[in-house]
Design a protein around this ligand. Structure first.
Ligand code: FAD
Ligand code: EPU
Length: 277
């Protein structure tokens, strides 16, 4: 196990965030030690706005056995995967599924999450979400590893319900066999739906879509595209993406969030860590 003082900007896709004590756990024993004081779990940092002052809690990163695992060798249809460490990155699983002729992960193409973070957020696109392909989720809670059925986690749009203080430790998926051509063709459709999204540093969509509408469309219609604070900017390509043009601060992003909310009653999709206002 490594315990280091690090700037969380190093671990967030937005590239902002101040200092914290970062505990990189390698195995079950490390995890049990790490959760003995107040903590937060860091996935791939792709849905986080972290304060410039950092956070006072321990920040746990899942390394070692929790960052290992793959889709396994394909036998039946459906194919039930082995347990996959929650720290494994989703893009590598999407690629592996294509290589092995396994279908179900295509809707998640382009989401730079850890599989644990994807489950926690029920990450997805209009083509589907991670909850659709979950067989089981292992969580570490109250000192024990417990297996949950997906139904127990109340998945909804960009939402799950975990017991307070639970850590997702491993995940099993249920995938279907399909030809690589069919998988590639769905991947191409998902990729094409992402064409309007900026490639620059962001944390994906800042706000959830309200029922029946798109937050990006609403922010755009309110004339807020291109609004900037410091080096943070509401993307000209897609108004629900806020980008770091280099050297932006968390407080700059928070000012953009506040400016949008002065005009529109939108709910944040980002998770906020630490004090911002
Ligand atoms: P983090 O951002 O590190 O954490 C998010 C939350 O999950 C935090 O509360 C954290 O504590 C918790 N968490 C993480 N891991 C665990 C764990 N093992 N156990 C318990 N809690 C945990 N999202 C979509 O849904 N659809 C998209 O199309 C999409 N596109 C994106 C495109 C880009 C370019 C980017 C940067 C982001 C995009 N996102 C999208 C947002 C983001 O990728 C998702 O919300 C993702 O699920 C976050 O996963 P993460 O591992 O990065 O989690
Ligand atoms: N639109 C505008 N202006 C903009 C952006 C969008 O008018 O600046 C319009 C588009 O023209 C389109 C509509 O709004 O008519 C919807 O836009 P888009 O197809 O880009 O989808 P979205 O609703 O903005 C959602 C998810 C994305 C996901 C895409 C693809 C949310 C909040 N966003 O975006 O998820 O990648 O669909 O399926 O649910 C994320 O959650 O972080 C995320 C990126």
């Amino acid at each position: 196990m490594r315990v280091e003082k690090r700037n969380l900007a190093e671990f967030t896709t937005l590239g902002v965030g101040g200092p914290a004590e970062v505990w990189t756990v390698e195995n079950e024993g490390d995890l049990a030690k790490a959760v003995s004081k107040p903590f937060r779990i860091l996935g791939n940092g792709s849905n986080l706005l972290v304060s410039d002052e950092g956070v006072s809690e321990r920040v746990i990163r899942l390394g070692g056995v929790f960052a290992q695992g793959d889709l396994g060798s394909v036998r039946g249809d459906p194919h039930l995967t082995p347990w996959i460490g929650a720290g494994v990155l989703l893009p590598s699983l999407v690629q592996e599924a294509l290589n092995k002729g396994l279908s179900g992960l295509e809707p998640l193409l382009g989401i730079p999450a850890s599989i644990g973070g994807a489950v926690r957020m029920n990450a997805g696109t209009r083509f589907g979400a991670i909850a659709d392909v979950l067989e089981a989720v292992e969580i570490f809670h109250d000192g024990a590893f417990v297996v949950c059925a997906p139904e127990e986690l109340s998945f909804a749009y960009r939402q799950s319900r975990l017991p307070a203080g639970a850590v997702i430790s491993r995940v099993r998926l249920r995938l279907r066999k399909k030809s690589q051509d069919e998988i590639a063709s769905l991947l191409a459709r998902v990729d094409s739906a992402r064409k309007g999204q900026p490639k620059r540093k962001s944390a994906g969509c800042a706000f959830k879509n309200p029922p029946g509408d798109s937050a990006g469309r609403l922010i755009d219609a309110a004339g807020l595209k291109g609004l900037s604070r410091g080096k943070a900017e509401i993307s000209l390509e897609h108004a629900n993406f806020f980008i770091n043009r280099g050297g932006a601060k968390a407080k700059d992003f928070w000012e953009l969030v506040t400016a949008v909310r002065e005009q529109l009653p939108l709910e944040l999709e980002w998770e906020i860590w630490g004090e911002l206002s």
